[in-house]
Design a protein around this ligand. Structure first.
Ligand SMILES: Nc1ncnc2c1ncn2[C@@H]1O[C@H](COP(=O)(O)OP(=O)(O)OP(=O)(O)O)[C@@H](O)[C@H]1O
Ligand SMILES: [Mg+2]
Length: 237
């Protein structure tokens, strides 16, 4: 839980420039974004508009070229690489379009990985990983490898792996990009359920309005800028 009422995430005038000189490309041209703790946010916009660039900065995988990124009121852009890595491991979970599971490795072992990196003892790893698999409805499938699971099930394993450390924020970049619409809706329902029951803040990139409709807040990107932010909670009934 956030210690204060200020947004868990604040971006102020954030810019990102790839490359240098003649070939420099301004992927983010100065964006201001506030994310309230516990919100469910969809990020939309055309290809190349800067959505993944922002997600990578939020997840401490990349750094802004300018501006400020505050997480729980702390300036992340002033941190060194090691401090950012600690922040990332403690507070963030990641889900990607391509599932990124280890092949020939059981669902349980895939979900255990972040806890293994953290050095948790085996018994605790097993218990936490089984609990996470239970949350995504795959407890019975713990011993199956990715090849023995459907796309939707693989993405649910990836979500279990992302939440097994109890992160405050779940970042999902096109989590349903490789799934058909029925499977996509299942994943959306799961994300909405996790958001509602555990209070985890969810940020998800999607190209599909049907998927974005599950979110409370929608951030629209255009040409490296935030074009508009829709907040369903503030719409008249
Ligand atoms: N590492 C990089 N080096 C150089 N340019 C990059 C790099 N990463 C992204 N870009 C450029 O920055 C711009 C924004 O990219 P970004 O990946 O944020 O777009 P996006 O909105 O996520 O698009 P998509 O919907 O296709 O995933 C693009 O023009 C892209 O080519
Ligand atoms: Mg992208």
């Amino acid at each position: 839980m956030a210690a204060s009422d200020s947004p868990i995430i604040q971006l102020r005038g954030v810019t990102k420039i790839y490359g240098e000189g003649q070939s420099a490309f301004r992927a983010l041209k100065g964006i201001d974004v506030d994310i309230a703790a516990g919100d469910f946010v969809a990020v939309m916009g055309p290809s190349g508009s800067g959505k993944s660039t922002m997600m990578n900065i939020l997840g401490c995988l990349d750094v802004p070229s300018g501006g400020a990124f505050l997480f729980k009121d702390v300036h992340v852009e002033r941190m060194d690489r090691d401090q950012r890595a600690l922040l990332r491991r403690k507070y963030f979970g990641f889900v990607f379009q391509g599932f990124n599971l280890l092949a020939r490795t059981s669902a349980l072992e895939n979900v255990e990985l972040p806890l293994l990196y953290r050095g948790d003892p085996k018994k605790e790893r097993r218990e936490a990983a089984m609990a996470a698999l239970d949350k995504v409805g795959l407890k019975e499938w713990w011993d199956h490898t990715p090849a023995e699971l459907s796309g939707g099930q693989q993405q649910r394993v990836a979500i279990a792996r992302a939440i097994v450390t109890n992160p405050d924020v779940l970042l999902a970049d096109e989590p349903t990009g490789n799934l058909d619409s029925e499977r996509s809706i299942e994943i959306m329902k799961l994300l909405a359920d996790l958001n509602r029951t555990s209070g985890i803040t969810v940020l998800m990139v999607t190209h599909e309005p049907d998927m974005a409709a599950f979110a409370r807040t929608i951030i629209h990107f255009k040409d490296g800028l935030v074009e508009r932010i829709d907040n369903h909670a503030h719409e008249p009934a």
